[in-house]
Design a protein around this ligand. Structure first.
Ligand code: PRP
Ligand code: MN
Ligand code: MG
Length: 179
């Protein structure tokens, strides 16, 4: 699997130390409250685990599965709810956890939905931000790393459902996706 990666953009060590740093920030900000952390499946899964284990105050976890990519490299332009939350967001402080913001479509859809459902506050925490990909007007409150406009995989990010289990973020060799 590793020989299909052209280069490592963000190492395992860099990711883990970022999770520690951001976890400490969240601890300070949400101390004494009981936020609802929402992981956006499936990509946010590794980051959600590593980030939230660094938060030293009570929080609740829930998951939502929305999809706009159908496994490929390009957004279909329309967001579908595959699995909704179990919990009501009304009156809650939300922390949305994402692996990457690219076009911004996924998050602008979710933010609108949670506002409509009367969340008290909404904070967006994303490991990666790809500002050049943006078509929707959305900005994360907290960004781990900015990435260039290249197809990145690993640590939750997939290509045709592969590479999510890499412990780092890398760039795929073009021959793997026929480029
Ligand atoms: C990917 C990624 C983000 C979203 C970002 O998810 O994990 O959730 O796309 O792209 P956007 O800003 O252009 O909306 P995807 O829909 O591929 O589902 P997955 O997490 O299950 O891979
Ligand atoms: Mn996703
Ligand atoms: Mg995907």
């Amino acid at each position: 699997m590793h020989n299909e990666i052209e280069k490592i953009l963000i190492s395992e060590e860099e990711i883990q130390s970022k999770c520690k740093e951001l976890g400490a920030q969240l601890t300070e900000e949400y101390e004494g409250r009981f936020p609802l952390a929402i992981g956006v499946l499936k990509g946010a899964m590794p980051f959600m685990g590593d980030l939230l284990k660094r938060v030293e105050t009570h929080l609740e976890m829930d998951f939502m599965d929305v999809s706009s990519y159908d496994g490929g490299m390009r957004s279909t332009g329309e967001v579908k709810i595959v699995k909704d939350l179990d919990t009501s967001v009304e009156g809650r402080d939300l922390i949305i956890v994402e692996d990457i913001i690219d076009s911004g479509l996924t998050l602008s859809y979710l933010v609108d939905l949670f506002k409509y459902r009367k969340a008290k506050s909404i904070k967006i925490v994303t490991l990666l931000d790809k500002p050049e990909g943006r078509t929707s007007h959305i900005k994360a409150d907290t960004v781990g790393f900015e990435v260039p406009d290249e197809f990145v995989v690993g640590y939750g990010l997939d290509y045709n459902e592969k590479y999510r289990n890499l412990p780092y973020i890398g760039i795929l060799k073009p021959e793997v996706y026929g480029g």
